[in-house]
Write a protein that binds this ligand. Structure first.
Ligand code: SF4
Length: 73
């Protein structure tokens, strides 16, 4: 199964742990101080999966690549 990350920005508390763990390809903190996925991220690697485990509020999820679910604004 090919997968992609999804971030629930409504749940994110802006710790930047994910941005520090999976830089610079997948996640960055926005001006709203919430994590956002970067466009054109490469295939998920271990760093991205580690970011899921490190998020203290479980705001990062792994979804099937063909899922149409969008991150919450
Ligand atoms: S680790 Fe979780 S809470 Fe921290 S910035 Fe990333 S998504 Fe937000």
């Amino acid at each position: 199964m090919t997968a992609r990350l999804a971030i629930d920005t409504g749940r994110c508390i802006g710790t930047s742990l994910c941005a520090a763990t999976a830089p610079p390809h997948h996640v960055a903190l926005g001006t709203d101080e919430r994590a956002h996925l970067l466009p054109n991220a490469p295939v998920l690697g271990q760093e991205a999966l580690d970011a899921i485990d490190l998020c203290p509020v479980e705001a990062i999820h792994l979804l099937p690549a063909d899922s149409t679910t969008e991150e919450r604004p």
